[in-house]
Design a binder for this molecule. Structure first.
Ligand code: HEC
Length: 111
């Protein structure tokens, strides 16, 4: 393989990476995806929580009554009691991502 062919190959790989990477970050910016990767291990894929382990349901009547602001604060800052496990904003989650999770939780509540 001569040098210019190698250069073309490298260029093609660079273009392929450029096309692939934005689509990967898009996937991570979807409320359902973030919920499944960051929350489902504890709160369950369906949001029902694990009562035996004292992990609250996110689809209970109480959770349905919580305002978007309540849920957002709970996720971003750990809520009124500042639970460190839920201070996702300090762990690099953006307000937009938290908003997407809140709307995903609302979707789960409708099922
Ligand atoms: C390590 C397990 C764990 C993970 C991961 C987790 N949670 Fe929780 N979550 C809990 C527990 C336990 C509580 C109960 C409050 C407490 O004592 O911390 C809770 C409470 C909540 C509450 C408040 C519900 C209520 O009725 O008070 C919301 C909302 C919530 N979690 C959303 C989320 C979201 C959204 C994510 C993902 C970004 C997430 N949680 C990730 C364990 C977890």
């Amino acid at each position: 393989m001569n040098t210019s062919r190698l250069a073309v190959l490298i260029l093609m790989l660079a273009v392929a990476a450029f096309i692939l990477v934005p689509s990967l970050s898009w996937a991570a910016d979807d409320g359902a995806t973030i919920y499944r990767t960051k929350c489902a291990a504890c709160h369950g894929v369906d949001g029902a929580g694990k009562p035996a382990a004292k992990i609250p349901s996110l689809i209970s009547d109480d959770a349905k009554k919580a305002t978007d602001a309540n849920l957002t604060d709970g996720i971003a800052n750990g809520g009124a009691s500042k639970k460190p496990g839920h201070a996702y904003e300090t762990k690099g989650m953006t307000p937009d991502q938290i908003k997407m999770i809140v709307s995903y939780i609302r979707e789960l509540q409708k099922k």
